[in-house]
Design a protein around this ligand. Sequence first.
Ligand code: 13P
Length: 248
Amino acid sequence: MRKALVAGNWKMNGTINDVKELTSKICQTEWNDVDIMLAPSFAHMHSVSEILSGTNVLLAGQDCSEFDQGAFTGETSADMLADLGCTHVIVGHSERRQFFGDDDLRVARKARKAQIKRLCPIVCVGETLEERDSGKTTEVIERQLCAVFEMIENKFVIAYEPVWAIGTGKSATPEMAQEVHENIRQYSAAHSHANGSDLRILYGGSVKPDNADELFSMPDIDGGLIGGASLDSESFLKICCSAAKLIN
Ligand code: 13P
């Protein structure tokens, strides 16, 4: 059985005071039926980590380096994240792929480095609008997954985030998302070390309180990776409630 997971990806937003307040509000509720995770920027990680200690809310990095350590200005190593209490790290987010040159191979190396350092990678995949419109969704996602599966062991999470749905207010329909999630599960069962039925596959892309119920009702959607709506505690907590109610 798969336990629901809802992760807030805060991206590059807010001040230390903003994120402290947000974290404290999110921690006021105790969750058992759903894993809650927060991914602050590295600059805010220590402050958030302090508030999370003693709670069961999980902490994740938004990215990590493919390298161990050394002269890599601006990078964050998997060890640094683990040191601050992270259990997970997002790799291959479409914003990293689009703006920072993270190609399939680098994403795979980051996922592998995360696992070596005992962090669970959350591997993001997703197609652009152009790729969807030309019927290439499955091909693109399988290419992205294949690169990672060649390098990693069995403990990982996948996040399906269609690029056209991120930050646009235009979520995939539940049926569209379900179709891709089902394919991802089958492909992963056949081509990775994961047991397909245990693999958690999150949906991300304009998840809001008013569409979370219908998305989380789908059999292969095990939770969400939430951007904009996770910056508002009330919205994020409503999405967590939907997951707790509908998944498992
Ligand atoms: P939005 O929820 O703002 O569309 O962002 C999704 C996302 O990129 C989460 O990683």
